[in-house]
Design a binder for this molecule. Structure first.
Ligand SMILES: [Zn+2]
Length: 418
């Protein structure tokens, strides 16, 4: 299966060399479109992470799996974590570098079009005001040359760390806006705020700090927001056209090019980053070519974004839990074929999300996702949280209810694991 994938991936790359499927390119299969695909234009909706429910094989828990999922290229992530968690001269629980005129005016939520540039600029600004509790670092680089950024919020020497990531899937970029708004909120309220049980934020984030990657897939997000112009490399733009032609040929889409790109989920090379991890990767065979979604890559851990996330988790000294934000469906996925005591630990984590946010328990997840890797390779309680109630990209009207439901997530998590 692996060889087939590589061959298929190479075929799409040949399309580029051959001018997007002109006479020298491979012949695409006859177009077959199911009724379901016609009705949605792409994947079956609602978008969930539970399209397959394969029972994991015991070999997935082996040490060899761990090794395969920890490829070279994660040194950057490890160094970043070291920087994020280094004892911080300026970490003084009550001290701030300054206070913004409008503490809630940095992360703009008046528009749903929250870009990678917005995210980077907001992090810089927040870090300039709140350097005592916030630090950023680069954990990797995307195919299109964008820095993958992580931040640490809270005490760098906290006994436990919680990992959060968002915007793994391109069109789900409102999740990046959500975690950035959460960061702004906790920065602004760090000194005087408290959780519903009365524990001060300061005490919570002294015991548990957060390592967050707000935009896992900035190349894909930029494609979803700006189309082909979202990519700076000309060869990647041509590759994108070839991926579109391939998806048309296989009957995976009936959309025009602009609509297709707006609903893109994959990274800049057409790899679905939530199918690029080792647990169950070999069982995924529904896409063999780079695609707008579902293509798991030429091998597990092939993509720089996945390598960066694994590198961060591997480098954390005492991670307590991991959360991956997706959209949509208002569900929390927590079953990854794990055994006790992880089964219960994951269920408890999921129940806390349900209790706080009002979202529902989901069933089993698809294979080869980030949470699958956290649970089955790292034995780390992990959930995939789907926010929003309509087709992605979510319109800005969705932000307010999502924000109200998820504002206290950092505090809830810190309260659970302190
Ligand atoms: Zn997703």
């Amino acid at each position: 299966m692996k060889k087939n994938r590589i061959t298929a991936a190479a075929a799409v790359l040949c399309l580029i060399a051959a001018g997007c499927g002109t006479s020298d390119g491979p012949t695409l299969p006859a177009r077959v479109t199911t009724a379901a695909e016609e009705s949605t234009g792409e994947d079956l909706e609602p978008e969930t992470e539970a399209e397959t429910a394969a029972v994991p094989e015991t070999e997935e828990f082996s040490e060899a799996d761990d090794g395969a999922a920890d490829p070279a290229g994660t040194d950057t992530a490890a160094e970043a974590v070291q920087s994020l968690l280094s004892p911080d001269d300026v970490y003084i629980a009550s001290a701030f570098s300054g206070t913004p005129d409008d503490p809630y005016g940095i992360v703009d939520v008046s528009s749903a079009l929250y870009t990678y540039e917005n995210c980077v600029n907001d992090l810089r600004e927040l870090e300039s005001y709140y350097s005592s509790i916030l630090r950023t670092a680069v954990i990797g680089t995307t195919h299109d040359g964008r820095d993958l950024i992580a931040f640490r919020f809270g005490n760098p020497e906290a006994p436990k760390q919680i990992f959060i990531c968002a915007a793994t899937h391109a069109r789900e970029y409102m999740t990046a806006q959500l975690v950035m708004k959460q960061l702004e909120y906790y920065c602004a309220n760090y000194a005087h705020g408290s959780y519903s049980d009365g524990t001060s934020y300061r005490d919570l984030f002294d015991q548990v700090c957060f390592i967050v990657v707000p935009m896992v897939n900035p190349d894909g997000v930029s494609i979803s927001q700006s189309g082909e112009d979202g990519l700076s490399r000309e060869d990647l733009r041509q590759n994108l056209q070839a991926i579109y032609q391939s998806d048309l040929g296989f009957g995976y889409t009936t959309l025009d090019y602009d609509s297709y790109l707006r609903r893109f989920k994959a990274n800049g090379m057409g790899v679905d980053l939530n199918r690029n991890y080792s647990p169950g990767w070999d069982t995924l065979n529904d896409r063999v070519n780079p695609s707008a979604s579902l293509y798991p890559g030429s091998e597990a851990g092939s993509e720089p974004e996945a390598q960066a996330l694994m590198g961060v988790i591997n480098a954390l000294p005492n991670p307590a839990a991991a959360v991956s934000y997706h959209s949509y469906g208002n569900l929390v996925y927590w079953q990854y074929g794990q055994e006790e005591p992880l089964w219960t630990a994951n269920q408890v984590l999921a129940q806390h999300f349900c209790d706080l946010t009002g979202i529902a328990m989901g069933g089993e997840s698809n294979e080869a996702g980030f949470s699958n890797w956290c649970v089955r390779v790292k034995q780390l309680p992990s959930v995939t949280v789907e926010v929003g109630s309509q087709e992605c990209p979510l319109p800005i009207e969705e932000f307010s209810p999502i924000w109200e439901a998820h504002r206290e997530v950092y505090a809830m998590l810190a309260d659970c694991y302190q």
